[in-house]
Design a protein around this ligand. Structure first.
Ligand SMILES: Cc1cc2nc3c(=O)[nH]c(=O)nc-3n(C[C@H](O)[C@H](O)[C@H](O)COP(=O)(O)OP(=O)(O)OC[C@H]3O[C@@H](n4cnc5c(N)ncnc54)[C@H](O)[C@@H]3O)c2cc1C
Length: 321
C-alpha cells in the first residue's frame, strides 16, 4: 500500500490533536507515515502509534529546529523524492499552509488548502473546500504531481487504530536559502485550562453585543461549563475586550468545532469565513433579523445577559446531577 505522509504538529513532545485526525484520514487512502521534524519523536511516538502511524520519519538537528518553516518544506520534499508517497497531508494552520505552498513549488505538485474533508476518488483523493468566505462548498482534486493537502483541524474525528510507529531517522541537508529566517527566542505562552481555539470541540464566541471587557467573564463562564474554548468577533478584539489571538474570522482564526455558540455576534461575512464549517451552530442574539440566524441550527432571540447566565446555570446543574 502506498504511503501517505502526515506532517506531525507537535510542541516538542506532545502531538497535537489535528495530527491524530490527519492520521485517521490518511488510513482511508493508504499507509500513514508521520513525519517528525525536530526533537522529541520518542516522546510523541506512542500517540502517533495509537492513531495508526505505521512509520515515523524523524528529521532532527539544529538545522531544522532553529529556523522557521522553510526547512520543514525541504524535509518533506526530500521524503517525497525518496519514498514516492501517494499524498502528503499537513494541518491547515498558518504554518502548515505555508509549508504546503512551498512544498508544492519545490515538487511541481498541486496543492489544496483549507480542505474540510477528504475522500478517496478514482483518480486520487478528492478534497472538500469551503470557499468565498464559506458561501460555497467545492470538491477539488490535484491533477499534477503528488497531492499535497492542508486539512483544517476538526475536519474528521480522530479514531484510534494502533500501529507500529517504527522510528526511522531521515537525514536532510538543509539549504542556506532555507535558513534565512532564524528563530532567536521561544516564549512558552501561558495557557489556562481551556482547549486551544482551533482544536476545540466546542467554541463559545462573544461579539460587540457583550458590551465590554468585563462582561466577557459571562462568555468564559459559559465556555467553562461545557469545556469550550473562547473566541471573539473582530469588533470585540478591536475594542480591546478580548485578546486578538482569540479572534475568529477572515483575519483571525478559522475554527470548525462540533459546536459553535455565537453570543452577541451579528454574522458579518468576515466572521462567517472563520466559523461557517462548524458542525452545529448555536446563536444568542436579541435581533431576530441578525444574519447569523441564517447559519444557525439552533437560536435564541433574547438578551445575552439573561440567556447566557441561565444557560450556564442549567448546564452546571445538569453536570452536577
Ligand atoms: C477586511 C476585513 C476583515 C475582517 N475580519 C474579521 C474577522 O476576522 N472576524 C470578525 O469577526 N470580523 C471581521 N471583520 C469585521 C466584520 O465586518 C464585522 O464588523 C464584525 O464581525 C462585527 O462584529 P460583531 O458581530 O461582534 O458586531 P456587530 O455587527 O455590531 O453585531 C453585534 C450583535 O450583537 C447583538 N446584540 C447586541 N446587544 C445584545 C444583547 N444584549 N444580547 C444579545 N445580542 C445582542 C446585536 O443584535 C448584533 O447582532 C472584518 C472586516 C473587514 C473589513
Amino acid at each position: 500500500m502506498a504511503e501517505i505522509l502526515v506532517l506531525a504538529e507537535h510542541s516538542g513532545e506532545t502531538v497535537k490533536k489535528v495530527t491524530c485526525e490527519l492520521l485517521t484520514i490518511a488510513r482511508g487512502f493508504g499507509e500513514p507515515a508521520a513525519v517528525w521534524v525536530g526533537p522529541g519523536a520518542e516522546a510523541g511516538r506512542e500517540r502517533l502509534a495509537e492513531f495508526g502511524a505505521v512509520k515515523v520519519y524523524v528529521a532532527d538537528g539544529d538545522d531544522l529546529d532553529d529556523y522557521v518553516v522553510a526547512p520543514k518544506a525541504e524535509v518533506l520534499a526530500a521524503l517525497m523524492a525518496a519514498k514516492s508517497p501517494a499524498a502528503v497531508l499537513v494541518a491547515a494552520t498558518p504554518e502548515g499552509k505555508e509549508i504546503a505552498g512551498r512544498l508544492a513549488v519545490k515538487t511541481g505538485s498541486g496543492v489544496i488548502t483549507d480542505a474540510v474533508g477528504l475522500a478517496p476518488g478514482a483518480d486520487g483523493p478528492v478534497a472538500e473546500q469551503s470557499i468565498f468566505g464559506g458561501a460555497i462548498i467545492v470538491q477539488s482534486r490535484v491533477t499534477t504531481g503528488t497531492p499535497i493537502v492542508a486539512v483544517r483541524p476538526n475536519s474528521a474525528p480522530a479514531e484510534p487504530a494502533p500501529a507500529a510507529a517504527e522510528l526511522e531517522q531521515f537525514a536532510v541537508e538543509v539549504s542556506d536559502a532555507a535558513k534565512t529566517a532564524h528563530i532567536t527566542e521561544r516564549v512558552v505562552q501561558e495557557r489556562g485550562e481551556r482547549p486551544e481555539l482551533t482544536e476545540a470541540a466546542i467554541v463559545v464566541s462573544g461579539g460587540r453585543g457583550v458590551g465590554g471587557a468585563e462582561n466577557f467573564a459571562l462568555i468564559e463562564k459559559l465556555a467553562d461549563s461545557v469545556g469550550a474554548a473562547v473566541g471573539a468577533s473582530r469588533a470585540a478584539t478591536d475594542a480591546g475586550w478580548y485578546p486578538h489571538q482569540f479572534q475568529v474570522g477572515q483575519t483571525g482564526k478559522t475554527v470548525s468545532p462540533q459546536l459553535y455558540l455565537a453570543v452577541g455576534i451579528s454574522g458579518a461575512i468576515q466572521h462567517r469565513a472563520g466559523m461557517q464549517t462548524s458542525k452545529t451552530i448555536m446563536v444568542i442574539n436579541k435581533d431576530p433579523e441578525a444574519p447569523i440566524f441564517e447559519l444557525a441550527d439552533f437560536g435564541v432571540v433574547g438578551d445575552l445577559f439573561t440567556v447566557a447566565p441561565q444557560l450556564t446555570e442549567e448546564i452546571e446543574k445538569r453536570a452536577g446531577s
